[in-house]
Design a protein around this ligand. Structure first.
Ligand code: COA
Length: 428
């Protein structure tokens, strides 16, 4: 490939150097575009814009490929644990056995939060959604973490470990508060996943019984969510971080971006959609017709993706775990059946085939979380726990680049042209 591309027209001759990639599309460097031509680029939804170079995650949406640091998601889901994957995503290499043991130990020792933070969780109304509670908890955590707000490698390391260790504790406390139940202290004899399950579902009065299938399924679900390159929440984390804001503020912004139904909130929306289909008694065929009729504005939640134009590889792995968890915990089999019927109907329908709309990660994840015992409001919180290593890794990558600039997109102004101010007594 030539190493630059020229565009000519409207009196301009502009040369754009090619920015090479290891895999996937290369880019044109348009950083001199405005200064040279007076034009800016216009890219609705940033669908064609590479906002950064990154060495963390690779997606081939047409082939349905996802890799963290070069390792295929299928192999990580099969052989790795979430904490091991988090290490890989953040530090760039799979840990040795010693590195992993040390990493697990460092995380285990940081799972507790300040006592005043436990009280803080009681201030939220019981009905509050756990996503804003988690985002608030992260900002609260930043006020207790003054020694890890700085730019030194030691401060960044401390913040990294604190976030990975404490976010499950914050998530479980938000959940416990919503139920009016006692918030448990972490138990450092347990694994990362076991600790979170016990803090979510356990009681101080009795031992918590673990099911290996559930512990492993949650481990795998978190691995599948660990990073997904420059999606909406990750771009938010980077944009906030680009101003020099600390990692806690940046990650809290990521949680808020994730909460929307077009992003992480889709896993909750899928289960709500399946329950609504069940309750209304309409057939799957009728529902698909409603989705296809653009006037209804109804979308098939958990379907479609900006990048995947093929089966989302994460959805395929999740599907394998759905049965194991459902058999154990008798989850909503009725909703799983509707989901499977919907998938079959959509995959055989021209509307979805032509637009390359396939199930995404959220299509089945909510059903498994539900079978594990989580209420639907917690589904996106689980996504956030999973995505945390990615947000941290992307923030660290951004901040380790001395040439990184503040993120500041341009616009194409379409409001009123200059006009005279009208004094209030002269306005009709
Ligand atoms: N149900 C029905 N139609 C859908 C659809 C869905 N879930 N997702 C996309 N489409 C249609 C669009 O209406 C559009 O049709 P058109 O070409 O006739 O106008 C076409 O497919 C392209 O979709 P578009 O909205 O341009 O894609 P996008 O890349 O901007 O959006 C999503 C991607 C994920 C936001 C979108 O697919 C969606 O809203 N999905 C449901 C929410 C969801 O599951 N989100 C989780 C993502 S992990």
């Amino acid at each position: 490939m030539s190493d630059s591309v020229r565009i000519t027209g409207l009196g301009h001759d502009f040369e754009m150097p090619v920015v090479g990639s290891v895999d996937g599309p290369a880019g044109f460097d348009i950083s001199r575009l405005l200064a040279t031509t007076g034009f800016t680029s216009y890219d609705d939804g940033l669908a064609n814009t590479a906002s950064t170079k990154s060495a963390i995650t690779y997606i081939d949406g047409d082939a349905g490929i996802l890799r963290y640091r070069g390792y295929p998601i299928e192999e990580l889901a099969e052989q790795s644990t979430f904490l091991e994957t988090a290490y890989l995503v953040i530090y760039g290499e799979l840990p040795t056995a010693t590195q992993l043991a040390e990493w697990e130990d460092r995380i285990r020792r940081k799972t507790m939060v300040d006592e005043r933070m436990r009280e803080f969780f009681r201030m939220f109304p019981r009905r509050s959604h756990p996503m804003p509670v988690l985002a608030s908890g992260l900002m609260m955590l930043s006020t207790f973490s003054f020694d890890s707000l700085g730019e030194s490698p030691r401060a960044i390391e401390k913040a990294t470990e604190r976030l990975i260790a404490k976010v499950p504790t914050l998530a479980a406390y938000g959940y416990k508060n919503s139920r009016g139940e006692a918030m448990l202290y972490p138990d450092n004899s347990l694994s990362y996943i076991e600790n979170f399950l016990r803090m979510s579902f356990g009681y101080p009065t009795e031992a918590y019984a673990f099911h290996d299938e559930i512990t492993r399924a949650l481990d795998v679900l978190l691995i599948l969510h660990a990073d997904h390159e420059q999606n909406c929440s990750t771009s938010t984390v980077r944009l906030i971080g680009s101003s020099g804001a600390n990692i806690y503020a940046s990650v809290a912004g990521g949680v808020n971006a994730l909460s929307g139904p077009l992003h992480g909130g889709a896993n909750q929306a899928v289960v709500e959609m399946l329950a609504a289909i069940k309750d209304s008694g309409i057939s799957v065929k009728e529902y698909v017709q409603q989705v296809k009729d653009k006037k209804t504005g109804i979308k098939l939640m958990g379907f479609g993706h900006r990048i995947y134009k093929n089966y989302d590889p994460r959805a395929a792995i999740i599907k394998q775990h759905a049965d194991a968890v459902m058999n154990l915990k008798a989850g909503r089999r009725d909703l799983l059946e509707i989901a499977q019927e919907l998938e079959q109907a959509a995959l055989g329908d021209d509307y979805f085939v032509e637009r390359k709309l396939y199930p995404n990660v959220d299509f089945y994840s909510g059903l498994i979380y539900e079978a594990m015992g989580f209420p639907k409001e917690m589904f996106t919180v689980l996504f956030a726990i999973g995505r945390l290593p990615g947000w941290i890794a992307q923030w660290r990558e951004l901040r380790s680049n001395p040439k990184a600039k503040i993120g500041r997109p341009r616009q194409i102004y379409v409001g009123p042209a200059k006009r005279e101010y009208v004094p209030i007594h002269e306005r009709d």
